[in-house]
Design a protein around this ligand. Sequence first.
Ligand SMILES: [Mg+2]
Length: 257
Amino acid sequence: MEGKIGVTGIKAIGFDLFNTLITARPHAVSEAVERLFNSLKEQGFELEEESFKQAYRENATRIIRETRKDGRETHNRFWISATLNSLGYEVGPYDQRIESCLDSYFSAFLDYCEVIPGTFEMLGAVTGVYKTGLLSNFTHPPAAEQLIDRLGLRPFFEFVLISGALGYRKPHPFVFKRLREEFHVESEYILYVGDDPDPDINGALKAGMQAVWFTYARDHHIPTVPGVGPSGASEPAYDVPRASTWEEFLTIIGRGV
Ligand SMILES: [Mg+2]
């Protein structure tokens, strides 16, 4: 198509995780909050379920909004601690009791995430041909690493970068700079693939990379998970190639059958 940005001369491909390679079932977040609540009760906090959940939602939303203004990543421990503080408990974010609850919270994601159809076939077709890396916006790196292992994705990537470990989230330039450094490839030869227009597509293009907008989740009306779903614009600011399936993606990069 005329005027459209194509994909040319790539040496490396960076992938987003949520809603690109994997999806979380719609109830994953409510299940996670439920497990968090039960875990806190087991730790001895006397909490009333509805007021806890409402306070958690409010504190999480407020802290996410504040910290992300300048592209920094936050962590669930701050939301949990702020919630407990607002309910009368003096608990710091690094309290051991919060630490144990984090595992309960993220266990829901481990139980309710699945790989998008065709992903393994696509990854098998591109690994070895291109350098491949994973770059995900995720607050709690241990849970993301566990997910990647449990779902069998690890062998396809030379490295995994998680925003929670980097301190910043996509689309912040620092995150894409780290991606380029890991690849040891000039930005113009790097293709980034993701579902979320602003962090993934606009972020990669602003960093001088190429991008493909992967719209499987959007096209299948898969609900976005708060905190890991779209975060702003509903369309990319650039007219990049769009793929709804991994077959379409392989055709776009010239590896179609
Ligand atoms: Mg995503």
